[in-house]
Design a binder for this molecule. Sequence first.
Ligand code: NAP
Length: 255
Amino acid sequence: MNNQSTTKKLTGKVALVTGASKGIGASIAKHLAAEGAAVVVNYASSKEGADRVVAEIVGGGGKAIAVQANVAKKTDVERLFAETKKAFGQLDILVNNAGIYEFSPLDGVTEEHFHKQFDLNVLGLILASQAAARQFGSAGGSIINISSGASTLTPANTSVYSATKAAVDAVTRSLAKELGPRNIRVNAINPGMVETEGVHSAGFLESDFRKQLQAQTPLGRIGQTQDIAPAAVFLASSDAAWITGETLLIAGGLR
Ligand code: NAP
């Protein structure tokens, strides 16, 4: 008898993590798998990144597959959930992590800037939640939305991005009420600035914005992906069985 597998928190569960080819999503996928969940690693364009995450999980004795889908498109979302069902037969956990951040002063806001972010960060999250709620079994499920500290910090030049994440917080609380009777819990994690591939390529790491945030952060540093992922495991597990509609700020004390 393998003692280890009996003590893992998510043994027998199936999780789908959107945008898991890199950054926060990749770390969450690996942490869920380490606790025994079979994981669907969704990606949009980085097949190589998703394959690396899958290889790491499988190499560690876990179960995972990579599935390409643009979560902002309903047909892709439907295919993603159909492939999840085909591979693992059930679904228990959805992590809505796929998201983009593009900052702009008001004068530079365009329809494209608005729709790109709302289509993925809000519409995509709702479409995936809808598909998950249809696929969860009679025991219910757990939806974890990766929102952002920006939803309440509302930094200058982030009106559209901050609005997408404020919408995510509202969707989290509303769906928690709607889906609670089916034992589907819906919570959000709201990270402060976390060092990821996306943050690197946006040039935030060397920016004054980062210096400013860090200076205002009681714990004196920006986050790493492993500062975030354990909270997703907690919210996915039965340790959080009576927690729903919460937004958990993980930002080194910055608020
Ligand atoms: P990242 O490094 O840029 O990675 C983004 C991930 O999302 C990638 O796996 C990417 O896949 C995927 N993705 C992008 N568009 C997609 C689409 N249309 N459909 C499916 N997947 C898509 O991002 P991150 O920094 O880890 O951020 C992840 C989440 O955390 C986002 O929701 C973000 O708003 C939130 N967040 C981040 C921070 C931070 O400081 N990093 C702070 C607060 C909140 P491909 O690589 O295949 O395109």
